[in-house]
Design a protein around this ligand. Structure first.
Ligand code: 13P
Ligand code: 13P
Ligand code: MG
Length: 373
């Protein structure tokens, strides 16, 4: 059997400097230290540690497959040590996403989010990793639709015969915990009917239809459904594979030339205009936002992230680019417009989604005063 390579992005909010906006250096350093040790001991082949706002993101490349207990334990132990540090620094909401105490072989259902993809390396395998802060699990629905199903976004759907059969989307119903596979272009309208409601349906995987080649995988944690109450937003990550019969990197990035709305932002309770940013601006400031997304491009080569001679992984900070200035500008304009509406919908999320916030406690006060009308 051909050797396979696994890309794992496992993320967790272990606490932030000054509110909920950024992962400070001592926490990133713990990620770096732990993963370096794991590389030395051969658990992973190499890695890259970064942050999406207040979420610590561990990008690891290894040969152990998806949902591997050793990889998940490595992430869990890293987040646990980082939480200790965050607690000692009295960072805000230290250990916030570690919802359970005892590790049981997987981070799934424990609070951290995981996007993972096992691939058989092609001759060249360009990868894009996205990670968002102040956003919910469905934040990738819209761009994944544009990338893999919309011929007005992805020229390859029209021009490249290798993409002719279209793509299959796995959609997760996060409420019922059921999933369905929908094929585009044939079932495009049905797909939109589902994933147009990102709070209920999230795209979890995408395959090329003609040969079931895996080409996208996203984290689908619903923190509020694990905890039964508001404990922060999911802040998802997504891995996308590019080129040679798949959308080009430029087609994968094209949906982000404009801002679009995601659920999250302040207190996880508002629609917010997504702002694609470079790593240096991966900090959610204004009204804890606007929701931000970073995008990293790299190659996997022989089980590793392709790296320089000194071992430094070659990572391209994709949104650190003037081509996304318009989207950033739109995001600020739209943020200001929404904030003018204060706590009136559609600035605030719908009643149903608000059930998973702290608003119930506020309304509790009026409960006994309601009379039949
Ligand atoms: P590939 O078909 O080799 O991926 O080339 C497409 C491309 O990069 C155009 O931008
Ligand atoms: P996070 O889930 O990113 O920590 O955000 C929490 C919050 O309440 C922001 O206002
Ligand atoms: Mg966050």
């Amino acid at each position: 059997m051909a050797k396979k390579t696994t890309i794992s992005v496992i993320k967790c909010d272990v606490g932030s400097l000054a509110g909920h906006h950024v992962v400070p250096k001592p926490i990133l350093d713990i990620g770096e230290k732990r993963l370096k040790e794991a590389q030395k001991s051969g658990i992973i082949n190499n890695y890259y540690v970064f942050n999406a706002g207040d979420d610590l993101e561990l990008l690891m490349v290894h040969g152990r497959g998806e949902d591997n207990p050793e990889i998940h334990k490595l992430a869990w132990d890293t987040f646990s040590e980082a939480t200790k540090k965050a607690t000692s620094l009295k960072l805000y909401a230290a250990g916030m996403d570690l919802l359970k105490t005892a590790f049981s072989g997987t981070v799934r259902g424990m609070g951290p989010g995981a996007a993972e993809m096992e691939i058989e390396e092609r001759q060249s395998d360009p990868i894009v990793v996205f990670a968002a802060d102040k956003a919910s699990g469905g934040a990738f629905n819209y761009p994944l639709f544009r990338i893999f199903a919309d011929p007005s976004n992805t020229a390859g759907l029209v021009i490249d015969p290798a993409m002719a059969g279209g793509f299959k989307f796995e959609v997760l119903d996060v409420k019922e915990n059921k999933k369905v596979v929908v094929k585009c272009p044939e079932e495009m309208y049905e797909l939109i009917a589902l994933i147009g409601s990102p709070d209920r349906y999230t795209v979890s995987r995408v395959w090329r239809a003609k040969d079931n080649l895996i080409c996208a995988s996203s984290s689908t944690t619903r923190l509020s459904l694990i905890a039964g109450k508001y404990v922060g937003k999911d802040d998802p990550a997504c891995i996308v594979r590019a080129q040679h019969g798949l959308p080009a990197v430029g087609e994968i990035l094209a949906p982000f030339m404009h801002s679009y709305f995601v659920e999250g932002w302040m207190r996880g309770s508002h629609w917010g205009p997504l702002m694609p940013v470079g790593l240096k601006n991966s900090r959610c400031t204004a009204f804890d936002g606007p929701p931000r997304m970073v995008g990293l491009g790299f190659q996997v080569a022989n089980g590793e992230i392709a790296h320089g001679d000194d071992g430094t992984p070659l990572i391209s900070d994709l949104f650190d680019d003037p081509a996304f200035d318009l989207a950033r500008r739109e995001s600020v304009d739209q943020a200001v417009t929404l904030r003018r509406m204060g706590e009136f919908e559609p600035a605030r999320l719908s009643t149903e989604v608000m059930e998973y916030t702290t608003i119930d406690k506020v309304l509790e006060k009026l409960k006994d005063r309601f009379k039949p009308a």
